[in-house]
Design a protein. Structure first.
Length: 347
């Protein structure tokens, strides 16, 4: 009896080792489309209520509901994203074709700093480094867009079957979850709240800030208000410092050009209105949905951009937040196990 039990335990251990090896191999094989898998999770979380409403309230067929959501999300998300990439690409190409304009700006800054502070190369050198870094970053971001078609195809393929079989999918998550049912449900709720906060909440903040910057650029006679408003939408996913990265350098250049009134006016507009949009709306979103701490967001962006390109602004903070939620759930389980063992030993 004991020998048979020992043999069964050995078989189970061997099976577990095989599962771990095969699982590691599969994860390694899927590393190239990890962004698509994470995007599928985010899209499922966002559109899950719509799918359930269409199927259970309006009695749509599951396949029709899934198709409708996929087509709708394509027009809502993918088309604007394509327009954004196209706009940035055209601007970068235009700048590379006109290096004299960049050099003229650098020379003006050199002259201004030399006259005022006797530091002719202080800002200019840093500006050149910044332009070089930004160019490399944009190249990385635009290069990552080359894999966008593959990732979109994988994402929508998976989404279709998840929406059609949403009940079986969620039951399977509960069944194979390493957490207790109540903690798995809690994990799902926190995951949903974090996703809503970072994708929908931060996306809304970014749109408002970008619109405010574009309006300020238009009112105070700055060039390309629409383009820089769009850039502000992207950078606004970086809390606290995102929007100032757009309007502060522009105001410095405007001031050097001699347009002191508009430079100061835009600075006031930016620091009084634009930056406080982030502060106020973030508090509202934190109370209603949930919040990601700015430190987590910044670290997540640093992690996310090399991995996912421009989508790292969203995926990086989400991935880090999911990790921290998992750690918190694990700690809760461990403490519950310790209390259970203490109670049993007391008996």
């Amino acid at each position: 009896m004991s020998a048979a039990l020992f043999d069964q335990k050995q078989r189970n251990n061997i099976t577990l080792i095989i599962i771990i090896i095969l699982g590691a191999f599969i994860l390694f094989s899927l590393s190239g489309i990890f962004g698509a898998l994470l995007a599928t999770l985010v899209m499922y979380t966002i559109f899950r209520p719509v799918n359930i409403f269409l199927i259970e309230r309006w009695k749509w067929r599951k396949s029709l509901s899934a198709t409708f959501i996929i087509i709708g999300s394509f027009f809502i998300i993918v088309f604007p994203f394509y327009g954004l990439i196209n706009m940035i690409a055209k601007k970068v190409i235009a700048l590379t074709r006109d290096p004299e304009k960049i050099q003229q700006t650098i020379n003006e800054i050199n002259k201004f700093m030399g006259d005022k502070l006797q530091q002719p190369d202080l800002i200019a050198d840093n500006l050149q480094k910044g332009v070089s870094y930004a160019g490399n970053l944009l190249t990385s971001i635009l290069g990552g867009a080359a894999n966008l078609l593959l990732e979109l195809t994988v994402m929508y393929f998976l989404l279709y079957f998840l929406f059609v079989g949403y009940r079986e999918f969620e039951k399977g998550l509960l069944r194979y979850s390493p957490f207790r049912d109540e903690n798995a449900i809690r994990f799902g709720i926190e995951l949903r709240n974090i996703t809503y906060s970072n994708v929908l909440g931060q996306g809304f903040i970014a749109l408002i800030q970008g619109g405010a910057v574009a309006l300020g650029y238009w009112m105070f006679d700055f060039a390309d208000p629409l383009f820089w408003g769009v850039i502000c939408v992207i950078l606004s996913f970086i809390p606290l410092v995102g929007a100032p990265l757009v309007f502060v350098p522009a105001c410095i250049i405007k001031f050097i050009d001699g347009d002191t009134f508009n430079a100061v006016a835009m600075l006031l507009w930016g620091f009084i209105l634009v930056t406080n949009i982030d502060n106020v709306l973030r508090l509202v979103i934190a109370k209603r949905v949930g919040d990601i701490h700015p430190i987590i967001t910044i670290i997540g962006v640093i992690i996310g951009i090399p991995m996912f390109g421009i989508m790292g602004l969203v995926f990086g903070p989400l991935l880090l937040s999911y990790f921290l939620i998992t750690v918190k759930i694990y700690e809760t389980n461990r403490l519950a196990e310790v209390r259970f063992n203490k109670n049993n030993s007391g008996d």
